[in-house]
Write a new protein. Structure first.
Length: 181
């Protein structure tokens, strides 16, 4: 029996000149990259093949991220981000997916379930339908995970700790694995 290896494209959001959200000297692009590296490690431990859209602090356009994932014929696209909002008390984890993808919906629900289990004391905003460029133009099921709100001082401190970044990566990897099984 032939085993089919799944290829997962991990997208560390922002990078280079685009730091994303910046609060309390914590840069979103750096947090995204740290969580993405840990997600890459966790998925490889589970036996998945992975590619990353960036592995250092460089500019990578949204179209290049999508083109690279599509050219690699990835089976799944996972974009990692941290949220921000003008209301500093807003908090929660959100998993975005494209509105028309049943597979993307199933993956988003699986990842959201694991985030809920790993972080029961955090607000869970659940899966949401979104039209982000990287979700809209990838040719495979795709999700975008907003790990918490950098604009919330408690969440910002949470996101800046490597042990929490590792737990986020483990939860996302477990959700991806449950979806792909």
């Amino acid at each position: 029996m032939k085993i089919i290896q799944k290829l997962i494209c991990i997208d560390a959001g922002h990078g280079g000149k685009d730091n994303g959200a910046v609060y309390n000297q914590v840069l979103e692009d750096e947090s995204n990259l740290a969580i993405s590296f840990m997600l890459d490690y966790e998925l490889k431990l589970m036996g998945y093949n992975t590619i990353m859209t960036r592995e250092k602090d460089i500019d990578v356009s949204l179209s290049k991220r999508v083109k690279d994932a599509n050219a690699a014929k990835a089976d799944l696209f996972v974009s990692i981000h941290c949220d921000a909002w003008h209301n500093k008390t807003t908090s929660g984890m959100t998993v975005h997916r494209t509105p028309v993808s049943i597979e993307g919906t199933n993956c988003a629900e699986s990842v959201a379930d694991q985030l809920r289990l790993y972080f029961p004391d955090h607000r869970q905003r659940g899966p949401r339908s979104s039209k982000f460029y990287v979700l809209k133009y990838t040719g495979m099921p795709a999700i975008l995970v907003e790990c918490e709100f950098l604009s919330n001082i408690e969440n910002c401190a949470f996101l800046d700790k490597p042990e929490n970044q590792r737990r986020l990566a483990k939860a996302i990897a477990k959700g991806v694995n449950n979806y792909l099984l």
